[in-house]
Structures are given as structure tokens and as C-alpha cells.
Design a protein around this ligand. Structure first.
Ligand code: CUA
Length: 192
């Protein structure tokens, strides 16, 4: 009887061990499932909430102090290929530079970002309309047919000073721009 009892106990322990191991592995499998579902959901949501201009990133905390968007690097620059690059920074509540000068009949690439909150650049009379999102570089190409001035309001509500956040784009004759670009690396409205 005692021997039988012992055998039966032994068998019970063995199935308990097996059961515990099974539970452990089931737990691991469930954990893995949760992990994979979490990863898939996280990646999907991350992708969906990313702005269109997600290719290039900046650090809004240092964007005005170091790198491409320091003040000395903002404005219009003639590129060797004949195009023009404009770099601009939006911050509460202005654009730097507040007046952008570009040549007519020339491909212009605008590269811009924000140093604080979300702003937007809209160039009146054109289809140029892009958000400036802190941490991301917005890059947009444009070409103006004729010289003239366009207002450039901030088109994203960015708090109390939003209504006063305006810039402008001055389109000048291509030859005049080329002449100005030959004299200074950056062409500004002040000289035009
Ligand atoms: Cu900046 Cu609205």
C-alpha cells in the first residue's frame, strides 16, 4: 500500500512538472504573440502619423544653432546647376528670412523647418503650401513665371501670434538675381 502510494505520488509530481513546463511555454508563446502584434501595430501607427516630409530630420532644439538652418545659412543661394535653393526657418512668430528673394523662370527648391511648433508656409497665388514640422525638413520645388511679390502667411495655427506671422516672396528678374548672386553668396531682399 505504501509502495503504491509512493508510485502514485511520483506519477503526480511528473505530470505536475510537465504541466508547469507546458504553462511556461504557453506563457512564452503568448508573450511572443503580444510582442509581434505590438510591433506590427506600433510600426503601422508610427508610419501613419509620420509627416510627408519624413525623409530628412532635424533636431528642433539645436536647429537654429548648428547645421543647415543656422541663420547665416538661411536665404537664397544660386546652385552650380542653375537652380536656386532657399532655406528658411519658421518660429513663433516669424519666418527667417521674412522676405525671400528668388529669380523668375528658374527651378527653386525651398528647404524649411520649424524651431518650435508646427507652422506652415503658403505662397499666395501659387500652389506652394507646406507644413513646417519641428524635427523634419520640408522640401518643395517651385518655379515662378513672372517677377512680382507674393504674400507668404503661416497657414497652420501656431498660437496667439499666428495672425501676425507673415513673410513674403519677391520674384525678381533672372538676370538681376544672377548678378546679385555673383556678388554675395546669399541673396537677400535688402539688396533687391
Ligand atoms: Cu506660425 Cu501660424
Amino acid at each position: 500500500m505504501s509502495q503504491q502510494q509512493h508510485t502514485s505520488d511520483h506519477g503526480g509530481q511528473g505530470s505536475n512538472v510537465a504541466k508547469r513546463a507546458e504553462q511556461r511555454w504557453a506563457f512564452v508563446a503568448v508573450l511572443m504573440l503580444i510582442l509581434f502584434v505590438g510591433l506590427a501595430a506600433g510600426a503601422g501607427i508610427h508610419y501613419m502619423v509620420m509627416p510627408q516630409a519624413r525623409v530628412e530630420t532635424t533636431d528642433p532644439r539645436t536647429v537654429a544653432i548648428t547645421g543647415e538652418f543656422v541663420e547665416s545659412n538661411l536665404g537664397s543661394v544660386a546652385e552650380p546647376d542653375g537652380s536656386v535653393t532657399v532655406r528658411a526657418l519658421g518660429q513663433r512668430y516669424s519666418f527667417t528670412p521674412s522676405c525671400i528673394v528668388v529669380p523668375a523662370q528658374t527651378p527653386v527648391r525651398l528647404r524649411a523647418t520649424s524651431a518650435d511648433v508646427i507652422h506652415g508656409i503658403l505662397i499666395e497665388g501659387t500652389n506652394v503650401n507646406t507644413m513646417l514640422i519641428p524635427g523634419y525638413v520640408s522640401s518643395i520645388t517651385m518655379q515662378f513665371r513672372e517677377s512680382g511679390e507674393h504674400l507668404m502667411p503661416c497657414q497652420e495655427f501656431c498660437s496667439v501670434g499666428h495672425e501676425g506671422m507673415w513673410g513674403k516672396v519677391r520674384v525678381i528678374d533672372k538676370a538681376a538675381f544672377t548678378a546679385a548672386a555673383a556678388k554675395a553668396k546669399r541673396v537677400t531682399c535688402a539688396e533687391q
